[in-house]
Design a protein around this ligand. Structure first.
Ligand code: PSU
Ligand code: MN
Length: 301
């Protein structure tokens, strides 16, 4: 493997032994929460992964290398940096490493590291996708392109509902990416549990999820699978505020990579922190479920 990527010993030996490993991203740590909540979410996610018997591998670009597995002080660095950390998708990894910048990896950026290291499971909040208003501008998250080529099962609360969820679900189908509903037939809407488009299949146990992933890859499918877990205590009344937040972003000329953090921060601010609480909880629950499926997968081998 290239010297541009560095695994902790713990992650390396777990992968070598085919023990369960769960990748976690850092964009939500730096850009998804106000300080110090990003650090709290990161640490709690790692705790949940360990409690389910897996090794957490949080990914980020630090001091010139793509790091897989971060120490507590490094997670703190990502949380403290906030918007000063670069948002690193798949195309940004190289420049970020060469320039020695602190790089918070998105779902897509984290999946790129999974492909390099053989990590098969990841937990996150909500996937990126097709932004509302497509094709003006034609803003489609690089998460989708990377999901199309990474053999990773990603546990998320669906696609972020600040996006065009039905359009994103269509693109996931086009790309051949299964949307597995965790004990549901509907793709969850991130903050809201219900009301989304139908999933491609429902699964009811972690063993079933692990077996579907294994079969998908044995059938030579080279894509990711989304395991969509609805938030436990979601918010059902957010749609009008999401529309306002998206309009505010457009009015202020916020575009590209800045749109998602702007809209999340707007919602956090205008709900008195209710979206922060839901977002935190769903991320840590997803991390725990990813670890349970990873453990079930290792048991199949
Ligand atoms: N989910 C959250 N908070 C976040 C994100 C997802 O709860 O900050 C991030 C993820 O890292 C995802 C990214 O990959 O937003 C998508 O951004 P964009 O739409 O610019 O591709
Ligand atoms: Mn985008």
């Amino acid at each position: 493997m290239t010297e541009l990527i560095k695994l902790t010993e713990e992650v390396e030996s777990a992968l070598h032994a085919a023990d369960p490993v769960v990748a976690l991203e850092t964009t939500l740590v730096s850009h998804g929460f106000p300080y110090p909540e990003g650090a709290e979410v990161a640490l709690e996610s790692e705790r949940r992964v360990r409690a389910a018997g897996a090794v957490p591998a949080t990914v980020g670009v630090v001091d010139g290398t793509v790091r897989v597995g971060l120490a507590k002080a490094e997670l703190e660095r990502f949380a403290l940096a906030g918007q000063k950390a670069r948002k690193v998708g798949p195309r940004d990894l190289a420049a970020c490493a060469v320039q020695g910048a602190l790089g918070a990896t998105t779902v897509g950026g984290t999946l790129a590291a999974c492909r390099l290291t053989g990590i098969r499971f990841m937990g996150t909040g909500g996937l990126g996708g097709v932004h509302r208003g497509f094709p003006r501008p034609p803003d489609v998250s690089a998460d989708l392109a990377e999901l199309a080529r990474a053999q990773v099962l990603v546990v998320a609360a669906g696609v972020k509902s600040i996006l065009d969820v039905p359009a994103t679900a269509e693109v996931l189908e086009t790309l051949g990416i299964p949307t597995l509903g965790w004990r549901t037939n509907e793709l969850p809407l991130f903050y809201a549990a219900r009301g989304g488009p139908v999933v491609s299949a429902r699964v009811d146990t972690v063993e079933e999820a692990a077996r579907v992933a294994q079969a998908h890859w044995r059938l030579d499918r080279h894509t990711a699978l989304l395991l969509a877990r609805p938030a436990d205590e979601g918010l059902d009344d957010l749609e009008p505020l999401i529309e306002k937040a998206v309009a505010a972003a457009a009015e202020r000329g916020v575009s590209g990579q800045a749109v998602t953090p702007f809209v999340l921060a707007y919602l956090h601010e205008h709900t008195g922190g209710r979206t922060v609480a839901v977002n935190k909880r769903l991320i840590t629950e997803n991390a725990g479920l990813a670890a349970e499926v990873a453990a079930a997968f290792s048991a199949l081998l």
